[in-house]
Design a protein around this ligand. Structure first.
Ligand code: HAM
Length: 422
């Protein structure tokens, strides 16, 4: 085999794609239930957008972006996440001029030059929610409630909602100073990455995965003690609302997130084996930083591959109703088969015909292999008497029907199967 998919990418094949489709439908249902509308933005954007929003010193921007120059020497980047592009689209299309809040959702591929492992890819997929224009904790609660309901519907075992407040530009500098005073004497003990973080963003030391750094971070000052009064009130109000909605969570004082735009709420849904299956938070200054009017905002994104790994098998199963197969016994019956398939399809019944020139025996064997349950058999002699055979593969029963009854009979049988599948 000469070509392989690039490292960190994968094909989603028939047999697996059905779970993706189920999950996408489920996500859409919850978005509709909560009044979110879909937005679709380009797969690539100007590199500058991500530098400004995600932050130049983050891992995503400094190590993980797929950036390139196009033929007109524009610097472009395959989107590593969806929030920045949604903010850009919100401003460019003047959605801010419409009645607020704007409640948007998106889904699609994202690209990060990450080290591939289970549930981590270089092309991966996100479902995202972004809510613009509402500053109150009720908006954060709405994002969390939708996420919680959606995740619960997938019957994921052992998922924990972690919550923190990362403060705002008013209160964070004092915390940063205090954290640095604690960390600087430990410079020789932390990992080289963290030593570099001292200068650019010491808060990231708090969620370093290195064992030694974690132990040291455990003794660090706690951000919550430094929150200004409005940030503290926002965090308290959010916790009250989640209690009221009976959404369980734990406060993780070391949750700081790997993107620079967050203020106040930071959140992650975490599974023990997979890490974070969804992450997000509030970003009250990003719209302004991208050239818009002051606009509070909050959002979340789910890692689709991780949701699929974590979801219970049964939670995404739906009995797929197989197509009706139209088999031909003998030569020159393709035309008849295609015409009958067209009639079935025009009634919304999936149908397939034989395209490989197999014998009738071969066709029946193929139907068994593919799990088709209804087979219509066209034979020259029967057709001359205006008859078609219908075989129910589940019972092995076969009967002959007058040609004009075929459509109604198949339709009734299909409805019965669909009702029992529901
Ligand atoms: P993020 O935490 O970078 O946040 O990504 C969100 C989710 O995407 C993660 O929790 C994880 O499940 C999934 N994910 C990230 N990287 C990979 C990867 N390489 N392979 C597979 N899955 C991955 C954001 O992207 C923010 N834009 C979320 C947000 C929306 N904040 C506010 N609004």
């Amino acid at each position: 085999m000469k070509y392989k998919a690039p490292r960190g990418t994968r094909d989603i094949l028939p047999g697996e794609v059905e779970r993706w489709q189920q999950l996408e439908t489920r996500f859409r249902q919850y978005c509709t239930l909560y009044g979110f509308s879909e937005i679709r933005t380009p797969i690539f954007e100007h590199t500058e957008l991500f530098l400004r929003s995600v932050g130049e010193d983050t891992d995503i921007v400094s190590k993980e972006m797929y950036s390139f120059q196009d033929r007109s020497k524009r610097q472009l980047t395959l989107r590593p996440e969806g929030t920045a592009a949604t903010v850009r689209a919100y401003l460019e299309n003047n959605l801010s001029g419409q009645p607020q809040p704007s409640k948007l959702y998106y889904q699609g591929p994202m690209f990060r030059y990450d080290r591939p492992q289970a549930g981590r890819y270089r092309q991966f997929h996100q479902f995202g929610l972004e809510l613009f224009g509402a500053a109150g904790a009720a908006a954060d609660a709405e994002i969390i409630a939708l996420s919680h309901d959606f995740i619960r519907s997938l019957k994921i075992k052992e998922v924990n909602l972690e919550l923190n407040s990362v403060g705002c530009p008013d209160c964070r500098p004092a915390y940063r100073d205090s954290l640095l005073s604690y960390l600087e004497p430990l410079a020789e003990e932390v990992c080289p990455d963290c030593r570099r973080r001292f200068a650019v963003n010491p808060l990231r030391v708090l969620d370093c995965k290195d064992e030694k750094c974690r132990t040291l971070a455990a003794g660090a000052p706690v951000l919550e003690h430094f929150l200004c009064q409005p940030c503290a009130e926002h965090f308290n109000q959010l916790r009250r609302l989640l209690d009221r909605l009976a959404i369980p969570f734990t406060v993780n004082p070391r949750l700081v997130r790997g993107l620079d735009y967050y203020t106040r709420t930071a959140l992650e849904f975490v599974c023990p084996d997979l890490g974070s299956i969804a992450g997000g938070g509030r970003y009250d200054y990003l719209v302004e930083d991208c050239g818009g009017p002051p606009t509070p905002a909050v959002g979340v994104a789910f890692g689709v591959e991780r949701l699929l790994l974590a979801a219970d098998e049964a939670a995404l199963q739906q009995e797929a109703v197989p197509p009706v197969f139209i088999a031909t016994a003998g030569e020159n019956l393709e035309e008849e088969a295609l015409a009958l398939a067209a009639q079935l399809r025009s009634r919304g019944i999936a149908a397939e015909t034989e395209l490989m020139g197999r014998t009738l025996k071969g066709q029946m064997k193929q139907c068994g292999r593919k799990g088709y349950d209804l087979v219509l058999i066209l034979g020259q002699k029967e057709l001359s008497q205006d008859l078609v055979a219908l075989r129910d593969m589940r019972t092995g029963e076969q009967k002959e029907l007058p040609r004009k009854q075929v459509l109604d009979t198949v339709e009734q049988l299909r409805q019965a199967v669909e009702t029992s599948a529901r």
